[in-house]
Design a binder for this molecule. Structure first.
Ligand SMILES: C[S@@+](CC[C@H](N)C(=O)[O-])C[C@H]1O[C@@H](n2cnc3c(N)ncnc32)[C@H](O)[C@@H]1O
Length: 310
C-alpha cells in the first residue's frame, strides 16, 4: 500500500520548480504532502503554502510536515479560490506552484469515502465533505441525458446510454444508496464480453461520477489563470494530470496564457493589448521513467506540464 502513496514524478517536479531556499512555494493539492515534504526540506528562509479541500489530507499533512511547520501554512480550501487565498495570506508573489490533480490513494482506499468500486460503502465521492453535491445526488437526481453525457464525456464509457438507462430504471423502484449497488447496475447494462475485459467494468463510470461530483474539470482554467497571476516573473507552474480530458484543458489553457495578441491577422495594429503571461517550458508533457512505473502503477498515466511566468 505504501508504494502507491509515493509522490508521482517527484524528481521531475522538483527540477521543474527550480526551488530556491528563500523562495515561496505553493502546493495546491497537498494530499499526504509527499511533494510538499521534499519542497520544504529544500527551504531555509522560504515558505510553503499547502492547499487541500479534504480535511483528512490537511490533518495527515500536518503530521508529515511537523518538523517544518515554522515554514508551512496549510489552507483547507478549493484551489479554485487561489487568488483570494494568496490575497488573504498577503502573499505578493509565489516562486513556484505545483498541482498534482485528481483523487489521492488514501481517498480511494478509505471505504467510508465511497470513491471505490472495490469497497461497499454509501455513495459519496466528495473530496470536500462540506460540499453540497455527493455521488448519491448525481446518481439519484440527475436527468438520464445528463448521466449519459457525463459517463460518455468524463468516463469515455462506450456503454453510457445503456448504463444511464439502467440507473434511471432502477432508481424508479428505490434510490441507489451504495457503491456495490451502483456496480451491479453498471454491470447489468453491459454485454458479457465487456465484463470479461481486464479493466473493472465500473472503473470508467466511477471516474465519470467522481469528476462530476467534484467539478474537477471546471476548476482547472480559473485555477491556472490565477496561478499565472500569482507567480513572480521567472516563477514556475507545474501541473500533473492523470487523464486525457484534464491534460487537454491544462495544455490548452497554458497555450492561451502563453499567447500574446489575439487580433485578427488583417488588423494593421494590435487593438487587444494582450501580452503573454507565461512561456511554455514543456512542449510535450513529461512522463514517468520505467523505474518509477515499476514501483508505482498510478504513475502510468501521469503527465507533467510546466510553464514559467514572464
Ligand atoms: C493526487 S493527490 C495529491 C498527492 C500529493 N501530491 C502527495 O504527494 O501526497 C490530490 C489531492 O488534491 C486534492 N484536490 C483535488 N482537487 C482539488 C481542488 N480543486 N482543490 C483543493 N484540493 C484538491 C485532493 O483532495 C487530494 O488530496
Amino acid at each position: 500500500m505504501e508504494l502507491s502513496h509515493k509522490p508521482v514524478l517527484l524528481e521531475e517536479c522538483l527540477e521543474a520548480l527550480a526551488i530556491r531556499p528563500e523562495g515561496t512555494y505553493l502546493d495546491g493539492t497537498l494530499g499526504r504532502a509527499g511533494h510538499s515534504l521534499e519542497i520544504v526540506k529544500r527551504l531555509t528562509t522560504g515558505r510553503l503554502i499547502g492547499i487541500d479541500q479534504d480535511a483528512a489530507a490537511i490533518e495527515a499533512a500536518q503530521v508529515r510536515l511537523t518538523d517544518y511547520m515554522d515554514k508551512v501554512t496549510l489552507v483547507r480550501s478549493n484551489f479554485s479560490h487561489l487568488g483570494e487565498i494568496l490575497q488573504e495570506l498577503q502573499v505578493d508573489g509565489v516562486d513556484g506552484m505545483l498541482f498534482d490533480l485528481g483523487v489521492s490513494s488514501p481517498q480511494l482506499d478509505d471505504p467510508a469515502r465511497g470513491f471505490s468500486y472495490m469497497h461497499d460503502a454509501p455513495l459519496d465521492m466528495r473530496m470536500d465533505e462540506r460540499a453540497p453535491l455527493s455521488a448519491r445526488d448525481v446518481v439519484n437526481d440527475w436527468p438520464q441525458e445528463e448521466l449519459r453525457r457525463i459517463l460518455y464525456e468524463y468516463g469515455e464509457e462506450r456503454y453510457a446510454p445503456a448504463i444511464a438507462r439502467a440507473i434511471c430504471r432502477r432508481r424508479e423502484e428505490r434510490p441507489v444508496e451504495t457503491t456495490f449497488e451502483l456496480v451491479d447496475i453498471i454491470k447489468s447494462a453491459m454485454p458479457a464480453a465487456a465484463l470479461r475485459e481486464k479493466q473493472h467494468p465500473a472503473k470508467r463510470s466511477f471516474q465519470a461520477i467522481r469528476i462530476a461530483v467534484n467539478g474537477e474539470l471546471d476548476v482547472l482554467p480559473p485555477m491556472l489563470e490565477a496561478a499565472a497571476d500569482g507567480l513572480r516573473p521567472g516563477g514556475r507552474l507545474a501541473v500533473i494530470s492523470f487523464h486525457s480530458l484534464e491534460d487537454r484543458i491544462v495544455k490548452k489553457t497554458m497555450q492561451e496564457l502563453s499567447r500574446g495578441c489575439i487580433c485578427p491577422p488583417e488588423f494593421p495594429v494590435c487593438v487587444c493589448g494582450r501580452k503573454p503571461k507565461v512561456k511554455l517550458i514543456t512542449r510535450k508533457p513529461i512522463v514517468s521513467q520505467e523505474a518509477e512505473l515499476e514501483d508505482n502503477p498510478r504513475a502510468r498515466s501521469a503527465k507533467l506540464r510546466v510553464a514559467e511566468r514572464i
